[in-house]
Ligand binder design. Sequence first.
Ligand code: PLP
Length: 395
Amino acid sequence: SIKLSQRVQRIKPSPTLAVTARAASLRAAGQDIIGLGAGEPDFDTPEHIKQAARDAINAGKTKYTAVDGTVELKDAIINKLKRDNGLDYQADQILVSCGGKQSFFNLAQALLDDGDEVIIPAPYWVSYPDMSLLAGGVPVIVQAGQDQAFKITPEQLEAAITEKTKLVVINSPSNPSGKAYTNDELAALGDVLVKHPHILIATDDMYEHILWADEPFSNIVMACPALYDQTIVLNGVSKAYSMTGWRIGYAAGPSELMKAMKKIQSQSTSNPTSISQYAAQAALEGDQSCIGEMLVAFKERHDYVVEQLNQINGVSCIPSDGTFYCFPDFNAILNRMDSIDNDVDLAEYILEKAGVALVPGSAFGLNGHMRISIATSMDNLVNAMDRIAKLLNDN
Ligand code: PLP
């Protein structure tokens, strides 16, 4: 047998992709499965973006680009960060990568030495801990339950910081909780972090545009400009423009850090796909109304699903501020069902008995919850809520 590296044995495959794959294989075996595990919008990529890709192919823009992205795309990103976030960056502070995933991967590899601590609020996006582990880092998980709207407090943050802390990750609006920090909440976290200039903050703004909270979007450097030299902004086109398959994400931050991340990328993937870069440029520079259309649909589905979930005996769901996820609490059901011990078993039970695929909360570091993706048709959601209610109300 092959002796695999210690490094790869530290991590596990993405659990969200695993649920999607399991639902697909049951479906292929002829079962009627409704998948609510998806981490991507169910809309097509807008036509003007696809056209920009066709044009790029026709114009022969099919060769290597600069490792860190084309000049034109980097300009579009600089303009976007100014337009939407009021943040100023130069070209040497921007790195375009193969999806938001590679941005965080590059960051972990460029920043972390063995034993360096990474503060990650739970529930978290599944890749933060594993990518940190792969780089030799130590995830320090800070629990933020439903009673605190899945958001950490400044006191929790302060208590988690040690002299080994190298990185703090903030994802707002959050996958999986759907909750967003307010500008004031971010400013209060910022007050803690300005006192620790050796700590870098990664703000993952991937769901920036999928937001219906009362307040407009903010991130920690917008809320606390003094953190500019301490913050890396991570964003991308995957979710806002329904471009998950195109694989374009980007990072903006201190030039020294970006240079190191670029070096890592130069020795792994090199540039992201040239054609996708032209499409991403069209997404950022073109008409933004496509985002609004998706947002209206997500909000309508969200309102329906939250209402239905709260009518199920033993389920409690607080409204999301954005994203296409809800993260209801199923603990009361786990407590009353003798045959089921944890959320993983409950998700399996719901999949087998009701034919609905959900991702258990423990995959995101918070037991007893389920992540429900509303990135599917209203018909599917009505059907799924019906099936779950019938199954669980009887138990
Ligand atoms: N960050 C968050 C919070 C996400 O949910 C995702 C995707 O699921 C990503 C980053 C990465 O997105 P991608 O690599 O598809 O651009």
